[in-house]
Each structure stands twice: as C-alpha cells, then as structure tokens.
Design a protein around this ligand. Structure first.
Ligand code: GDP
Length: 356
C-alpha cells in the first residue's frame, strides 16, 4: 500500500500526532491479516456516504478505505550531512510515497524548540533545505554514473539531461515537485523533494479559530495542502464518545477532526480515489488510482474480476440516494452499463459483471 511519511523537526508534535493516528488505527479491526509494524499507522478514510449506503442496503458492516502513515524520525539541521539519524532517516523517507511535514505553530515554554522560538517559516525552510541538499547529493552521484552510461550507450541521454535539469532547479532553490520538470526518466532515484507534500501545522486553539492566521500559514506552502490541527487535542478526541468529540471539536471551531482531514487530504495527495460497493453483507469503499478504468478497478476486488470483466453497472451515489433503491434507480434509467474503457468516477456505486 502507498504510505505517507511523517517528518519534521524534533519537538514539533510528530509523535503526539502519530500516537493519535495509531490509536485510531483500523488495522486490527479490518485488516486482521496485515502485518502490524510499530511505525505504521493505518487510519480510515472518513466517508459518510458509506453510512447512507449501509442504511439503504441494510448492510451488516461497513468497510471504509484506509490510509497508511509511517513515522519517520525527526530531521535536524545537517541531516543531509549525517547529523542526527542522517542517512538512515533519509532512506526511510525515500520509501514513502508522499510526505506530511509537521510544522510547529504552538507556543509552549515547557517544550524546547530546537531552533529557538516558534517560527513556522524558518522551520519549513530548514527542512526543505535538508531535503534539497539530500537530493543534490543523490543527483551528483547519479550524474557521474549517467555520464558514463550514456557514453557507453547503456542509458538514454534523456535520463542524464533530466538529472542535470533537476540539479539546476535545486540549485535555484526550487523543490522538484514545484519545478514543472517531467522527472519520470529519473524516478529510480526516489528524489525527496519530488514527492507530493502535505503540511501539517500543529497549532494552538487560538490559531485554529483564526482564519486570517491560517490563511497566512497556508500561503507559505501553497500550492501544497495545509492541515491545521492541535495534536494534543487530537489525541484526546480519540478517547471520547462521538458526541463528546463533536462538542470538543466545535469548541475549537472545527467540523472535522484534524486526523480525518489529514486522512482525506493524504489519500487525495497519494493520487487515490474510491468506488463503492454495497449489499446486505457489507458496504465497502475500494481504493483505486485516479483515472483507472473499470476492469483495473474490478481487479482490486479480485483478479478474476479483471480477467473476466464484461461490464460494470454503475449508479452514481447521488442518483442512488435520490432513487432510494437500486431497483428504482434502474427504473429511472440511472443505472449505466459501462464497458472496459470506462474511467471510474468518485462516488460510483458499482456492480461488476464478469465471466469466471
Ligand atoms: P516530536 O519530537 O516531533 O515527536 O514531538 P512530540 O510529539 O514528542 O512533542 C514534543 C512535546 O510537545 C511533548 O511534550 C508534547 O506533549 C508537546 N506537544 C505536542 N503537540 C502539542 C500541541 O499541540 N500543543 C502543546 N502545547 N504541546 C504539544
């Protein structure tokens, strides 16, 4: 499964956030056969549509999609030169498919800030600089190798030219994800700043309820997504009954918990989407990539579904809810039979027809 690596300076609230994520972990309940690794937290993708479908179909259970987070040790200034956990840590980020960077916005004199006072912009720049330096180092080594290989006609020259362009972009101070370069030829390098980023601002209640302050922080990281949460409150929310949790959230001006926001935005940032199936046994969200076609999507349920794919009967969630049942949706002409070239849409409620 695709994972999101949690990074940030020490003492910004990464562990607090990760503990909240793992307390919320669905692994044990829904994925009993998955290996449980201590540094991986698997959380539900919140989706209220599943409850609605489960009511319509009288489903016995609901299985939401999941998002995996991996806890990576903190970055310190100099990490790219081997400070702190240095290289081990960089190798861990290299394996993540997206990066959630936790930035400290909370003030608390009892919690030492490794860089002095609270200053989100400086912290962002510190982390980004380490990641850029690590990428430059990777590229320098790769370029030497690519030059040799291109001379020996073992490697496509476009690989070398892409690596050189990436190097220039980094030297100009850019993050590769924002460089506009097509980095596909050098994907094997696992460059860190080429990964999609989410910024998690761990802030006080005062900031959570301050729209202008949030907008200012958000503009520091745009076009990347920003999530605002209070990691301490998040870890308290987990232990509360839903009504009490809702009340605590409302008191901080939020409608959705920070963990739920992070799961949703993380899922989207990974390039994932879901389609839905429903019946008396279960209502379920299935994870696919954006832009996938029907047979590939069917293959997520079972490889036989992909091999023997005939058609997909698709009703959009909104149409199904409006009609009240599959039979009524069919009668109203809202059930579409889609073939193998159909591109799956978010909110599709699907039944596959296949040969075995
Ligand atoms: P990490 O080093 O990034 O993993 O940071 P920790 O999660 O261990 O947090 C460092 C300290 O900051 C701990 O004492 C936490 O209780 C505290 N802390 C974390 N999040 C918050 C927060 O949102 N507000 C306040 N006031 N303290 C927090």
């Amino acid at each position: 499964a695709l994972t999101i690596g949690i990074v940030g300076l020490p003492n910004v609230g990464k562990s607090t956030l990760f503990n909240a994520l793992t307390k919320n972990s669905v692994l044990a309940a829904n994925y009993p056969f998955a290996t449980i690794e201590p540094n991986i937290g698997v959380v539900n993708l919140p989706d209220s549509r599943l409850n609605t479908l489960a009511e319509i179909f009288g489903s016995e259970r609901i299985l939401p999609a999941a998002v995996s987070f991996v806890d990576i040790a903190g970055i310190v200034r100099g990490a790219s030169e081997g400070e702190g956990l240095g290289n081990k840590f960089l190798a861990n980020i290299r394996e993540a498919d997206a990066i959630a960077q936790v930035v400290r916005g909370f003030a608390d004199d009892d919690v030492v800030h490794v860089e002095g006072g609270v200053d989100p912009l400086r912290d962002l720049e510190t982390i980004n600089a380490e990641l850029q330096l690590a990428d430059l180092e990777t590229l320098e080594k790769a370029i030497v190798r690519y030059e040799k290989e291109v001379r020996g006609k073992k490697t496509d020259p476009v690989v070398l030219s892409t690596a050189l362009e990436a190097q220039e972009a980094l030297q100009r101070g850019e993050l590769l994800s924002a460089s506009g370069l097509d980095l596909a030829p050098i994907r094997e390098l696992g460059l860190l700043t080429a990964k999609p980023f989410i910024f998690v601002f761990n802030v006080d209640e005062a900031v959570l309820t301050d729209a202008a302050r949030k907008a200012a922080l958000e503009s520091l990281v745009a076009p990347a997504h920003a999530v605002f949460l209070d990691a301490k409150i998040e870890s308290e929310l987990i232990d509360l009954e839903p009504e009490d949790a809702a009340e605590l959230l409302a008191s901080t001006g939020q409608e959705e918990s920070g963990l739920d926001q992070l799961a949703r935005i993380g899922f989207d940032t990974l390039g994932l989407q879901t389609y839905l199936t429903a019946g008396p046994k279960e209502t379920r969200a299935w994870t696919i990539g954006k832009g996938w076609k029907a047979p590939q999507a069917a293959g997520v349920i079972h490889t036989d579904f992909e091999k023997g794919f005939i058609k997909a009967e698709v009703i959009s969630f909104a149409d199904l809810v409006a009609a009240g049942s599959v039979a009524s949706a069919r009668a109203a002409g809202k059930a579409r039979l889609e073939g193998k070239d159909y591109v799956m849409q978010d909110g599709d409620v699907v039944e596959f027809r296949f040969n075995v």
